[in-house]
Each structure stands twice: as C-alpha cells, then as structure tokens.
Design a binder for this molecule. Structure first.
Ligand code: 5GP
Length: 125
C-alpha cells in the first residue's frame, strides 16, 4: 500500500527496525549518516537501498528538515556505495519514491540503487 508521505514519522516502520538491529538485513555499507543494504525483493542484479540514519519519512521531509551535514553525508554515502559496487563505469540508476503517486511503501526515506544490467526505460509506459 502506498503511504501518505505527509504523515508524521512512524518509528515502527521496517527500515527503522533494521536501523535498530531488530530485524536482519544484508548490509553493504554504514557510516555516521547512512546505512545501505540489499533490497529483499531485488528488481535488478544489483538493487541496494541507501537510507539516512535520521528519522525522515520521504525526500520531501529530508530536503526540508535535515541539517546540511546529514544531507551531505547521505549524498556522499550513496556515491560511495555506487563506486564500491563497481557501478560507475557500467552505469546505474538512483530512484526515490515519495508519497502516494510514486507508490512509496516504506515510510523512511530510501534511495534505490539499481545496476548490473541495462535498466531499460526510466518509467513503465
Ligand atoms: P518503496 O516502494 O517504498 O520505494 O520501496 C520499498 C522497498 O523496500 C521495496 O523494494 C521492498 O522490496 C523493500 N523492502 C521492504 N521490506 C523490506 C525488508 O524487510 N528488508 C529489505 N531489505 N527490503 C525491504
């Protein structure tokens, strides 16, 4: 079910639980500001989710409220993960769903990092 990204942050969401170590994830990177782990249902040979450690519902929430250091740290972490996965030369795609029309399901900001094959058109038609 797509979420209403204007609702307050829900501390029980699945990515909050992964951050707290309450449920497992195949982690690939972690630093002060970000955590990256493999998506449970990958939609490409490489499908990694990168999340900020702070409690932000969506890109909208993050871009409005996060301190500059968290924004910089998060953006750099995404770039780091893409490089570490060897995705720069072959190319990759970043995607962030935000709110109902996008189909966002987990109400904690996450960037999808796709790679490992030609990824096709940007949007399904
Ligand atoms: P959204 O539709 O919100 O942009 O994407 C949510 C993503 O989270 C989906 O690709 C889904 O497969 C992934 N996901 C949902 N629950 C879990 C989980 O418990 N662990 C992991 N690793 N990924 C999850």
């Amino acid at each position: 079910m797509p979420i209403d990204a204007t609702l307050p942050y829900d501390e029980t969401n699945v990515f909050a639980r992964i951050l707290r170590g309450e449920i497992p994830a195949r982690r690939v990177y972690e630093d002060e500001h970000a955590l990256a782990f493999h998506d449970l249902n990958p939609q490409a040979p490489v499908h990694i989710l990168v999340i900020p450690k702070g409690a932000y519902v969506s890109w909208d929430d993050f871009s409005e409220r996060a301190p500059d250091a968290e924004i910089a740290g998060f953006v750099r972490a995404i770039g780091h993960v893409a490089r570490a996965q060897g995705l720069v030369a072959p190319g990759y795609r970043l995607l962030a769903n935000a709110g109902m029309n996008s189909g966002q399901e987990v109400p904690h900001l996450h960037i999808h990092l796709f790679g490992g094959c030609p990824l096709g058109p940007m949007l399904a038609r």
